[in-house]
Design a protein around this ligand. Structure first.
Ligand code: AGP
Length: 604
């Protein structure tokens, strides 16, 4: 996904735009650019590379004015390059775009036949030329943007400058987020609210179909039908508290070590169950099936939660990746079904598409979401805030364990509502209350993990195995390693190895065995012995007892503190996160901005 930032009423707007892009750089970072409307028309400065490269360009090629738009890109159509970076222009028009124009091919042909001069390979470049055609028909810039957007299929958030109206910013959104903010005599636009912290005093989130005309003194918002709308004002943080890595070298490390604090915050808020009762508008004593839907790491959190819900609350659960579920043929839902959509950003396009589909079908949707101003948080029927704080590292760490904490509290709530005190939800709450302390103890495994990462050497693949909820943790561990160190990795149910993946095992294939499911420990031990019999290099991750039970076949071990059943999956995330972090560092990679990735994927 890309980042959009715009400002008007600022005397040195270029500096404000660059700072805004720095705050959005975690959303996409392969190129960056700005357009500023000034006396001589619209000046464009853009370059491949991080925002810092753009700032350097502006030192030698400054651009002056009080109104501008800016963009940091995560490439979807067209390689990262200067000519593919935004803004894209047509005579008198400059636009920046987040999303995908699915019908860009036919539009490009149509416009080229009418002498549009394309210079990039992007889908976005059709937008300024569509706007220009509307201007040539006599439309004013705002109406021209609205008419041009009506020709687009797919998702978009667009900010535009027009030479006809210098000092004004025009915006429109469908499927990709946009928030406009203001303070005295200045106004802003951003892909996310956090980038407005300390800059704007209030903000307004545009809804799908909304368009806006933004001047230093006025923000005019119309809905899809052109009606004036008054969207609610959102409070804006008075300062950016989280855009530094603190004592750590990277955001990922900072966020890994923040987890005990995050878990303590969550448990303090949810421990007695009152907040859960207040936030849920359905009676879980009547819930007969839960459909979990998410993407990536959030999907693995859902897969863990399924175990807890079925084991403790006795509720049947299904778990789906959103990119598939949004198109799947769905059975007739029956009353008593609820969907739980999990998303750190609350802006993942596939997850939002499922939200829209399920609500259209009449199924109640509960969002479990970190960004409480996000589309998912605002549009779900109910929402549980993660309280994890801003997560900047592209690899999700503290949000994952926060999701597990919240989902464990949800399972405890459901258990109490369905089975009453006999199911001893209070005992489960007490178990969960030990999580912050056990996360802190789990972080002490870092030295051992650094050595394990070193033993990975130049391994090109790795395997993670687990049983029960630890199968999902195995998949999450594999995802972490893939996305930060680019080492191919797969996670399996340990019992599945003998059905094919065992063929991968030899002395060159590191295997990480997550020994957390005490009931299944003997089964896991026999799976591990199958691996050892084929010269597999096995690293056991678990508490002392688990490691002792497999020491005869283990090459290495990462020791975790003993923990109650409910907490063990949560603390097992720690060595997996640290392993991916250190493996990436040892390979000299950018752990906070892995290649090809973005923090929130707001396109299909
Ligand atoms: C997590 O490490 C990944 N960066 C990615 O899989 C992420 O979990 C996924 O894109 C879902 O994002 P969301 O939680 O914001 O919806």
């Amino acid at each position: 996904m890309c980042g959009i930032f715009a400002a008007t009423g600022e005397s040195a707007v270029a500096d404000v735009l660059v700072e805004g892009l720095r705050r959005l750089e975690y959303r996409g970072y392969d190129s960056a650019g700005i357009a500023i409307s000034g006396k001589g028309g619209i000046a464009v400065r853009k370059n491949v590379g991080p925002v810092g490269a753009l700032a350097t360009m502006l030192e030698s090629e400054p651009a002056y004015g009080e109104c501008g738009i800016a963009h940091t890109r995560w490439a979807t159509h067209g390689e990262p390059s200067a000519r593919n970076s935004h803004p894209h222009c047509a005579p008198g028009i400059a636009i920046v775009h987040n999303g995908i124009v699915e019908n860009h091919g036919e539009l490009r042909q149509e416009l080229a036949a009418r002498n549009a001069q394309f210079v990039s390979e992007t889908d976005s470049e059709v937008i300024p030329w569509l706007v220009r055609e509307e201007l040539m028909r006599g439309e004013k810039p705002w109406a021209a943007l609205q008419k041009a957007a009506a020709r687009l299929s797919g998702s978009f958030a667009i900010a535009m400058l027009s030479e006809d109206e210098p000092g004004e910013i025009f915006a429109i959104r469908k499927g990709s987020p946009l928030v406009t903010g203001f303070t005295d005599g200045k106004a802003f636009l951003s892909s996310d609210l956090n980038a407005l912290a300390g800059i704007a005093r209030h903000a307004i989130a545009l809804e799908d179909g909304d368009s806006a005309r933004i001047t230093p003194d006025c923000i005019d918002i119309r809905d899809h039908d052109g009606r004036i709308v008054n969207r609610p004002l959102l409070p804006v943080e008075s300062r950016i508290a989280t855009y530094d890595t603190g004592v750590h070298e990277h955001f990922m490390a900072k966020e890994i070590f923040e987890q005990p604090e995050v878990a303590a915050r969550i448990d303090a808020a949810y421990h007695d169950g009152t907040l859960m009762e207040q936030l849920l508008s359905i009676d879980f004593s009547r819930v007969r099936r839960i459909n979990f839907v998410a993407c990536g790491t959030s999907y693995y959190a859902a897969a863990v939660a399924r175990h807890w819900m079925q084991q403790h609350a006795g509720i049947e659960c299904t778990v789906h990746v959103a990119s598939e579920y949004r198109y799947e043929a769905l059975p007739q839902f029956y009353s008593g079904e609820v969907a739980v959509l999990i998303s750190q950003s609350g802006e993942t396009a596939d997850t939002l598409a499922v939200l829209e589909r399920l609500q259209h079908l009449g199924m109640p949707v509960l969002g479990v979401v970190n960004d409480t101003n996000s589309t998912l948080a605002r549009n779900a029927d109910m929402a549980l805030p993660l309280m994890a704080g801003l997560e900047i590292g592209v690899a999700s760490t503290k949000a994952f364990t926060a999701q597990l904490m919240i989902l464990a509290h949800l399972a405890i709530h459901a258990t109490g509502r369905r089975l009453g005190a006999a199911a001893s939800p209070g005992r489960l709450r007490d178990q969960l209350a030990s999580t912050p302390d056990l996360l802190a103890k789990a972080l002490l495994c870092e030295e051992g993990v650094i050595e394990t990462a070193r033993q990975l050497g130049d391994a090109r693949s790795a395997i993670f195995v687990g049983r029960g909820p630890f199968q999902a943790l195995a998949c999450e561990g594999a995802l972490k390693l893939k996305e930060t160190s680019y080492i191919h990795a797969e996670g399996f149910a340990a019992g599945e190895l003998k059905h094919g993946p065992l063929a991968l095992i030899d002395e060159h294939m590191p295997v990480f065995a997550l020994a957390g499911d005490q009931e299944m420990m003997p089964k896991l031990a026999s799976n591990i012995r199958e691996i050892a019999a084929r010269n597999g290099r096995i690293h056991v991750i678990g508490d002392r007892e688990a490691i002792l039970s497999m020491k005869d076949v283990a090459t290495g071990a990462i020791t975790l503190p003993s923990a109650p059943d409910l907490v063990r999956p949560i603390i097992t995330a720690i060595p997996l996160q640290l392993l991916s972090y250190h493996a990436a560092l040892q390979r000299g990679l950018n752990v906070d901005r892995p290649r090809n990735l973005a923090k929130s994927v707001t396109v299909e």
